[in-house]
Ligand binder design. Sequence first.
Ligand SMILES: [Mn+2]
Length: 358
Amino acid sequence: MSNQELDRLRQQIDHINLELVELLNKRAEIVQDIGYVKKKQGTNRFDPVRERFMLDRIADHNEGPFETPTLQYLFKQIFKAGLELQEDDHSRTLLVSRKNQPEDSIVEVKGETIGDGKQRIIAGPCAVEYFEQVDAVADAVKKQGVGLLRGGAFKPRTSPYDFQGLGMEGLKILKEVGKKHDLAVISEIINPADIEAASEYLDVIQIGARNMHNFELLKEAGRGHKPVLLKRGLAATIAEFINAAEYIMSQGNGQIILCERGIRTYEKATRNTLDISAVPILKQETHLPVFVDVTHSTGRRDLLIPTAKAALAIGADGVMAEVHPDPAVALSDAAQQMDINQFNDFIEKLRETNANLI
Ligand SMILES: [Mn+2]
């Protein structure tokens, strides 16, 4: 074979390479279009039946010289690249992502603007037990100038034999106390069917750590009109946490506050391990306000002040902590709730070092 002949053949290869590039990109564009349609339908991007059909069709039409398994292997790589392309598109267009919205989201709760650069506290008892109990905490919270009161009415407990909360009755107490002290009230809802009714009583719907993967609950909260405080699941990665928020926002409700509450690790010194670096990561990756729950992440009263300081120093929009008039007799989380004196001290210590704290 002369050098001239070789050059001619190489030119043909170069030409075909460019044609393949064009064809592959043409195919990729169609794959992206399919991805958008599937996203709208909410169907799975990977379709094994469809892939089997395509591979069979390639086998049927293969006249060589490539062996069918070789061609099928090459096409598998093309299919895989296409699927990855669809996935990239999704992360690029997540509604909760900074890429989608560079400026911070501000969540409005009864006159408070959460995520506006100021730092806030959400405080209240673990569980709503009776009117006077919540009322005593609300009084202390109000006196400290804190505007957001929490209290659990539906309690998803580790044991089914532990106190499960007062349910709707608890929400009524919370609303009444909130009205009396002019405080916004937050409580956890665990059943999608309760979201609508609970919205009558609450200013913020909380979705707890154990329900972060309850997609029906997330979607129902997303269809509602109340701000949602979403806690990170106890074994959820940051990406899973962000996607859980996306479930809410994809249904129309963008009023979301993220809350880091510690993750499960091998460490036993604290109830969970506070993943403090999750805060700046969530602030970078999303435009949503981020809170830190110091009570459940540590499970230790003696760590509430230092961890709250760390949360505020690292850029959290606020801190959540539990307060009970008499923690020793609390029906849940007795070991880590602050009493009212401890709460006053907690707020004063934080104010000493954080001018940004309201
Ligand atoms: Mn609790």
